[in-house]
Design a protein around this ligand. Structure first.
Ligand SMILES: NC(=O)CC[C@H](N)C(=O)O
Length: 310
């Protein structure tokens, strides 16, 4: 039986977590993200039949950041197949922060441990079909349009350029992997595609709907069209469980127990096979890089509706 929540409940929870907007920090390593206000908070649930409940700052948009890693993985798997993708990127959690470079040198054979850390995500983005960054990002954006059921989603170029100019660490990861043959294309072009992918700009409902399509076995909520094959959607959700919340994925699995992917913009996308898609947003992050408000909201949602998949 479908578990449901009311808008009134969501509003109550937002009120409850409001004091948490004062905790944590808005990230500043991407200068354009430092301008985000921690006061904008929102939550949305999209059920698998397409119905939606939402509350908070509904018109506010934010960039996908690391949440885009799940989507890029889905597209690369469709483009190149599992064997190709997992020959270059592993399937294991790292226990390190998302931008860590350490294990690239010590892992044998040298490949990023999973597609949810920056190294692995860069390797995955390099695999997306297209002869230049425009073609690749165009394909990724139209995949996002299909998943969100909304062609109006665009890239926030201010955020993309701000990240491109300051992506020193991601460039290092890219060049390291170019040396080891994991990255095949041009590193600067890869950084262009990757920073634009991270800067895809969505609102809370669009994000929840993307989560709902992954929950719905990869099928469009209205037409039933298979947007991503079921077994590939399952791979993406499994990575969300094991690596989606960075090096806090274990604690999150225990406290919340919903496949979820976090981004430094302060958004978290959840994808629950029975319940549907969930999106929460609040720009201030804890020390691991997860939204403080977002975590609170997901804990409340999971405990009130008994949503842990475990
Ligand atoms: N954790 C994140 O959301 C990181 C994404 C960000 N664009 C980066 O590469 O640093």
């Amino acid at each position: 039986m479908q578990k449901k929540i009311t808008q009134h409940q969501l509003e109550e929870w937002l009120e409850h977590v409001e004091p948490f907007t004062q905790l944590g920090r808005v990230p500043d390593y991407i200068p354009a993200l430092a301008k985000q206000s921690p006061d904008n908070i929102a939550i949305s649930v999209v059920y698998k039949n397409g119905e939606c409940v939402k509350a908070g700052n509904l018109n506010h948009t934010f960039t996908l950041q690391s949440i885009s890693k799940v989507i890029a993985l889905g597209l690369a798997l469709m483009d190149k197949g599992e064997d190709f993708v997992f020959a270059k990127v592993g399937m294991e959690p790292t226990g390190d922060p998302f931008h860590s470079i350490a294990k690239l040198e010590t892992t044998n054979p040298s490949k990023p441990l999973n597609p949810m850390i920056n190294a692995g995500a860069l390797a995955v983005t390099d695999m997306i079909e297209g002869s230049n960054p425009n073609e690749k990002i165009g394909r990724l954006l139209s995949f996002v349009h299909d998943l969100a059921g909304d062609n109006s989603i665009e890239i926030d170029m201010e955020v993309a350029e701000s990240e491109f100019e300051t992506a020193y660490l991601n460039r290092s990861l890219g060049f390291f992997m170019k040396q080891t043959g994991i990255v095949e294309g041009d590193v600067e072009e890869l950084l262009t595609t990757y920073t634009r992918q991270c800067s895809i700009d969505v609102n809370i409902q669009q994000l929840a709907r993307i989560g709902a399509v992954f929950a719905n076995e990869g099928k469009d909520l209205e037409t039933g069209r298979q947007i991503i094959p079921q077994h590939l959607a399952r791979i993406c959700k499994t990575f969300m469980v094991t690596c989606g919340m960075y090096d806090a994925s274990g604690a999150f699995a225990i406290r919340v127990g919903i496949p979820a992917k976090s981004g430094v913009s302060g958004a978290i996308m959840g994808s629950h096979n029975d319940f549907g898609g969930i999106a929460v947003y609040g720009a201030a992050l804890d020390e691991k890089g997860n939204s403080v408000v977002g975590l609170q909201l997901l804990e409340i949602l999971s405990s009130r509706l008994d949503l842990s998949i475990f």
